[in-house]
Design a binder for this molecule. Structure first.
Ligand code: FES
Length: 342
């Protein structure tokens, strides 16, 4: 990992100010954040300052960003020196950031580093023609195509010293170059091409179509009306016979009581019939019957039992009636029912 130091004083400009266009852009970034959180815009502002300054961040730019955001200079200096995306010294026209972390290192980054050292000299210095400078950095997130390097804004992967040399020659000469893998693999597929999911019928729909056709032909052979209907395409069938939606799909369904006492009462009938004990009992054990309907049936049955002076109308699992709290008929041995205030 390279040292992260500011450029020598001789290379530092005395002042820095955003151009009017960039100042407006910076203001737009700052306004993205709520009041008191303007410091969150520090990365984009530093990035824009670096871009305006020819690819590197002088001290004056770091301090200007700090002043813009109302931050102490040291806070912004900490950010600028932490992230290698910010160059702290002048860079060449093409700034090469070579990944030296373990996956790239074990795939040949060390040979690339030796090559750059031989061709350009020590990291952090601009080549004599002004075209290149380089720096070793930590993982850039393209380990699957290691070893790799970032040159300005683009990634170049699967590099060898020869490929990197050719790439640099082309860049310096202004010839078009290919970004990404330099050995022709697509994205991060295995070297030599994809090894799985290579059957084209997986993706062109023909595999699913073949299965559907087979079922349709089988049904058509049966000669049934349904079979002939199945022979039509699914789209045609859906248009002619749309399947009704199931409003109860995935939900517990309550069965409406069709002969409940409340309905009888509303219809002008006697709410409780002689067979209601069984009905009420059943209603309490039907899992999908609305609870309020069961309670109502029990209450009606209890009321009927009280009127008759017996418990015969109560369901078996209903609680026994409580003794009266006063009067001559109170059983002296029975526990007194709680009264208000006890
Ligand atoms: S280790 Fe080099 S890109 Fe991740």
């Amino acid at each position: 990992m390279a040292n992260r130091r500011l450029a020598p004083a001789a290379a530092q400009p005395q002042t820095f100010a955003f151009s009017p266009e960039n100042a407006e852009w910076a203001q737009g970034q700052i306004e993205k954040y709520p009041e008191g959180r303007q410091a969150s815009a520090v990365i984009p502002l530093l990035w824009k300052a670096q871009e305006q300054n020819g690819g590197w961040l002088p001290r004056a730019a770091i301090e200007a960003v700090a002043d813009e955001l109302g931050m102490p200079h040291i806070r912004v200096l900490e950010v600028a020196t932490f992230y290698t995306m910010f160059a702290l010294e002048p860079v060449g026209r093409f700034w090469i950031q070579l990944c030296g972390t373990v996956p790239c290192d074990s795939c040949g980054a060390r040979e690339l580093k030796d090559y750059l050292q031989r061709r350009l000299g020590a990291p952090g210095h601009v080549s004599a023609d002004g075209n290149f400078s380089w720096l070793e950095v930590e993982c850039l997130g393209a380990c699957c195509n290691a070893p790799m390097a970032q040159i300005n804004q683009d990634y170049y992967e699967d590099l060898t010293p020869d490929l990197l040399g050719t790439l640099m020659d082309d860049l310096a000469a202004g010839r078009p170059v290919k970004v990404g893998s330099q050995v022709g693999r697509t994205s991060s597929e295995p070297l030599g091409g994809a090894e799985t999911l290579t059957d084209a019928t997986l993706f062109d729909g023909s595999r699913v179509g073949a299965w559907r056709k087979r079922f349709e032909e089988k049904d058509a052979e049966d000669g049934s009306e349904a079979g002939r209907a199945e022979a039509a395409s699914s789209e045609q069938r859906a248009a002619v016979e749309p399947k009704p939606a199931r409003p109860d799909a995935g939900r517990a369904v309550g069965t409406a009581a069709t002969d409940a006492p409340a309905q009888r009462s509303a219809g002008g009938e006697t709410p409780v019939k002689s067979g209601d004990t069984t009905a009420a009992t059943e209603s309490t054990v039907q899992p999908n019957r609305p609870a309020h309907a069961a309670s109502e049936a029990i209450a009606k049955a209890e009321a009927a039992g009280s009127e008759a002076g017996t418990q015969s109308a109560l369901p078996r699992n209903a609680p026994p009636p409580q003794p009266a709290t006063s009067g001559a008929s109170v059983d002296a041995d029975a526990p007194a029912a709680p009264t208000k205030g006890n």
